[in-house]
Design a protein around this ligand. Structure first.
Ligand code: PLP
Length: 364
């Protein structure tokens, strides 16, 4: 599923470890995408997504593509050529936002932050007096840092706020409406514990009304996608063939997360991350992300001097069926990224990874 989920073995063979219900749903006989049963399923999925986003936005839906499609959709639907878009960059996915926004004709104003540190809302506010859009990543998977999106909502003024919640959704507190998020996109493969392939997406009425009505994308033009999710006025119309198996899987995972309780799921991720980070530090390892802003679901840790990062990662795969990620960009060989997401945010995963990593550092 995700190259940084560390527990192949605990949750079954192979590199994907969704919740069991989500896996089973993938194998159910397929419903036609216009079958009323499927349409009811899509409705339930959109409603479940509203809950995990913390929104009442009518336009909340799973886009048919990965998290990056969500990012494309966010920018192509909101940016008009020449718009000033202030983007907080504190990792790879903020960088990607700049690329996507520039391709939409935005005048991108980057606010660069040192990797490993959170977004500074004051610096974002000072970057431009009247941006059309402000954008930031809530949970930077490349660096293991959580940023304060509520603070950006407080300083956004008249701008629209775009938020990447790919790694935070269902794993960290996320309250789109309370925090002033106008457009949000996420992925299924992280804390929702579903295979990759859908992008949970939400857009407020305010942002929809201000959208670019002639985006260069046909596929994710939200003006056209209304019929796909049966917006009241036009009824349900064909737009593209819904990925029915993936939506069944997402629905099953959402049911599970909501039955657990969203706040309980956040707390479970937090407890697992805290335990992992305490354990790593007691092994003498140093964490990469700034204290107080560390993600629980994705821990970044510095590779100890004299240790070969790649050898340790191969050893973990070969001896423990565990996959951890390397660092990103200049940190490729000096940082490890350890994910504890969805079903893997569990004490057993923490015990396993700590023991396995200790062995690997000594013996790889
Ligand atoms: N944003 C963040 C924070 C991510 O972690 C990722 C993927 O890991 C993406 C965007 C892109 O999502 P995808 O790889 O599903 O296209």
């Amino acid at each position: 599923m995700n190259s940084i989920l560390p527990t192949r073995r605990l949750f079954g063979p192979g590199p994907t470890n969704p919740y069991p219900e989500a896996t089973v749903a993938l194998g159910h006989p397929l419903l036609g995408h216009l079958d009323p049963e499927f349409i009811a399923r899509l409705d339930r999925t959109c409603e479940g997504l509203r809950q995990v986003w913390g929104t009442t936005n009518a336009r909340t839906l799973p886009l048919s593509g990965t998290g990056s499609l969500g990012m494309e959709a966010a920018f192509v639907n909101t940016v008009k050529p020449g718009d000033v878009v202030v983007i907080a960059v504190n990792g790879l996915f903020g960088e990607r936002m700049c690329d996507v926004a520039a391709r939409c004709g935005a005048e991108v104003v980057r606010v660069d932050h040192e990797y490993g540190t959170p977004v500074d809302a004051d610096r974002v506010a000072d970057a431009h007096p009247s941006p059309a859009i402000i954008a930031a990543v809530h949970a930077e998977t490349s660096t293991g840092v959580r940023s304060d999106i509520r603070a950006l909502g407080e300083i956004k003024g008249d701008a629209l706020l775009i938020t990447d919640a790919v790694t935070s959704i269902a794993g960290s507190e996320l309250r789109a409406d309370d925090w002033g998020i106008d457009v949000g996109y996420a992925g299924t493969q992280k804390c929702l514990g579903v295979a990759p392939g859908l992008a949970p997406f939400t857009i407020s009425d305010r942002a929809f009304e201000r959208r670019n009505t002639t985006p260069q994308s046909w596929y994710v033009d939200l003006g056209l996608l209304g019929g796909y999710v049966g917006e009241a006025s036009g009824g349900r119309t064909y737009h593209h063939t819904a990925p029915v198996a993936m939506i069944a899987s997402l629905e099953a995972a959402l049911e599970r997360v909501l039955a657990e309780g969203l706040e309980n799921a956040w707390a479970r991720h937090q407890a697992a991350g805290d335990a992992l980070q305490a354990g790593l530090q007691s092994m003498g390892l140093e964490l990469f992300a700034a204290e107080g802003h560390r993600l629980a679901q994705l821990t970044t840790v510095k590779v100890p001097d004299g240790t070969d990062s790649a050898k340790v990662r191969s050893y973990l795969l070969d001896h423990y069926d565990l996959e951890i990620g390397g660092g990103v960009g200049q940190y490729a060989a000096t940082v490890w990224r350890i994910g504890l997401m969805g079903p893997n945010a569990h004490p057993a995963s923490v015990t396993l990874i700590l023991g396995a990593l200790e062995d690997a550092i000594k013996n790889a």
